[in-house]
Each structure stands twice: as C-alpha cells, then as structure tokens.
Design a protein around this ligand. Structure first.
Ligand code: NAI
Length: 332
C-alpha cells in the first residue's frame, strides 16, 4: 500500500518516523511516498506547499502528515488551510477520549469534534480597507453547511453514536450562523433516530470545562472547531495524544492536532502518540482495521503502564523510549 508522507517541520520528522516504525511493527507494509511540505519545501520549491505534493496526494489519495510551520507576517497563507481547500478536505475529525493512565481532572470523556474545514473566517479572504482598518470575510455557504452536518450524522450513525450537537453563535452572527443553524436543523430531520441539539459556542466552552462527559458528536464551523479541538485535547492529556483526520470525498490526510513545537524540535523529546494514533486512524480508513485496533490498544497499554513516557505525560523518557514501549505492547 502506498501512502504519501509529509514529515513537516519542527518535531514533524521525529514524530512521523516514530509512526512509520509503529505501522511497520503492526505488520502493515506501507510504501511511504515522501513529499515536501513546510519550511523546507519553501526553500527547495519556492512554495511551502508545492503543486507536486498536492499531485502526489491526488494520485495516492491518502497521506500522513506532520505539522507544518507557517511563518507569521511573511505573506504566507497557512499551509494547512491551502492543503484542506486544495484537496477539498472538508471534514476535520478529532476523536477525544479519556486515556486510562493519563492524569487529567476529567473521567469518561468520549466525544468527536467534527469541524468544517474549508470556509468561515479561515476562508483567507482579508483585505485592507484603509490603513489601520482590515476586513476579514466569514464565508458560510449552504452546501458546505449541509455536507458537514450530514457528515457528522453519518459518522454518528456508523459509529453507533447517539447525539449530535451543533455549536454556533447565531444570536450574534445572525445571517451566517443563522444559515448554518437552519441547515443543521434541516439535515437533523433526515436522521430522526439520532438525537440533535444546539448549543451556543460560549455555553459549550463552559459546559466542557465543568463536565465534558455528556457530549457525543460536536459539529461546528472552522474557527470554532480549531479552538474547541485544542480545548478538548486538553481534557484528555494535551496536544501530544489526540489524533486527527482531514477528510473529503476523494482524499484523506491524517495528522495530529498539535503544531511543529519549535521550542522542543530536534531534541528527540516530542510525544509521538498523537501522530501514531493518527496513523492508526489512517489504517482504519484504508481497511486495515485489525492493525489499527492493535495500535490503539498498544498505545493505551503503554500509557497505562507508564514506562518510557515523554515529559508532557509526566515521564522522563523521550520519543524513542515511548515508541519502543508502544511497539513492545503491540506484541503483548
Ligand atoms: P504547538 O502545538 O506546536 O505547541 C504548543 C505547545 O505544545 C508547545 O509548548 C509545544 O512544545 C507543546 N507540544 C506540541 N506538540 C507536542 C508534542 N507532540 N509533544 C510534546 N509537546 C508538544 O503550537 P504553536 O507553538 O502554537 O505552533 C507552532 C507552529 O506550528 C506554528 O508555526 C503553527 O502555525 C504550526 N501549527 C501547525 C499545525 C499543523 O500543521 N497541523 C497545527 C498547529 C500549529
């Protein structure tokens, strides 16, 4: 099986190579097709997301991606925004589940954040009206609203989930979130067997902080989803453990929630768990379900056993020791 590998920047090469080791140890023979993205690509191709990289993903359909640094204030558009728009990866899916052994103040968290990935304020449409005045356009369209809410319900149906919560700020952004809410209600009627509720985004934050356990599938627009994904990662142990997928109707790119972590890059101490779990999601997507489940179980056992863990998980180990432990537990 061929899968495109974007190592990315900062800790990207360290954590993606750990994930490749685990996939091989799980017995899946993947022929990784390396493609450039990020700062290195900017230097070699003059573009942090060269067309040749997009073409490789179009050819092979599936990619595993490390985080990419987007330099701020240098005229670059976010690589991730371009990738998601360029391949129409309209659904970001982030499963957030309590991991036994990881010390957090919450128990029984088991929710999925489904984020619309192509529109909203991240449409990237900004302009200067006059010096000192900038306008950002928040683009919300009916087809994009309907397909992301439908995605959330289809996900709920196939994953045996019971409730979809649509998160919005329709009382203030009456037209844009008003349209989104209208679409969500209409799509919800197609799924009478799944409960549906609506929650203002500020209330959602309060309730997640107080008790995240009742939430099931959450669906929302781009910016809200970006913020809520990181918040939810914090509920179960932080950025180092939560995996993610960017899915469209043709292509799929799997990546962790975290960024390139320049503060710890090159030291061999990054936690590779989130990318390893993203690789497990990728295997599940391509039908290697048994291997995916084995990796998930090995990660859970490793975190519970507590040996070789990285500093962010309270351990004294490093990228290699935690990867070795996960591989050891694959055989258990
Ligand atoms: P970040 O996620 O890279 O780092 C935030 C904090 O979490 C840092 O203290 C970092 O050391 C820690 N951290 C992150 N991942 C970790 C891991 N696997 N193990 C241990 N500690 C970890 O977020 P930040 O600093 O805001 O962004 C850095 C760069 O990454 C920026 O250029 C940003 O644009 C980019 N970024 C890229 C993303 C992607 O490619 N999907 C997502 C988020 C940010």
């Amino acid at each position: 099986m061929k899968v495109v590998l974007l190592e990315g920047d900062g800790i990207g090469p360290e954590v993606t190579s750990a994930a490749c080791r685990v996939v091989a140890a799980a017995g899946v023979a993947v022929d990784w097709i390396r493609a450039d993205a990020g700062l290195n690509a900017a230097e070699t191709h003059g573009d942090p997301l060269p067309e040749v990289t997009l073409d490789l993903i179009r050819q092979h359909r599936v990619a595993l991606k490390g985080p990419c640094t987007t330099p701020v204030g240098k005229g670059y558009r976010s690589i991730n925004v371009r990738l998601r728009k360029g391949l129409d990866l309209y659904a970001s899916v982030r499963p957030v589940k309590t991991i036994p052994g990881v010390k957090v103040p919450y128990e029984k968290v088991d929710l999925i954040v489904v984020r619309e990935n192509t529109e909203g304020l991240y449409a990237g449409l900004e302009h200067q009206v006059i010096p000192g005045v900038i306008e950002s356009l928040r683009v919300i369209t009916k087809p994009a609203c309907e397909r992301i809410v439908r995605y959330a319900f289809d996900y709920a149906r196939t994953a045996g989930r019971k409730r979809v919560t649509f998160c919005h700020k329709a009382d203030v952004m009456r037209l844009s979130d008003g349209l989104f809410l209208e679409c969500a209600r209409a799509v919800a009627e197609e799924y009478p067997f799944i409960a549906f509720d609506e929650k203002p985004i500020d209330n959602l934050c309060l309730e997640l902080a107080l008790d995240p356990s009742p939430f099931d599938v959450l669906v929302m627009e781009n910016l809200f989803g970006d913020v809520i994904s990181d918040l939810c990662a914090g509920l179960v142990g932080g950025l180092g453990v939560v995996p993610g997928a960017n899915l469209g109707s043709r292509y799929a790119v799997f990546e962790a929630v975290h960024g390139s972590a320049p503060d710890i890059a090159g030291q061999g101490i990054a936690n590779p768990t989130a990318v390893i779990r993203s690789a497990a999601m990728m295997l599940d997507y391509v039908g290697e379900r048994a291997a995916a489940a084995r990796i998930e179980l090995a990660v859970a056992r490793t975190l519970q056993a507590g040996h070789g863990l990285t500093k962010d998980l309270g351990g004294t180990g490093n990228t290699q020791t935690i990867t070795d432990e996960i591989i050891k537990h694959l055989g258990a």
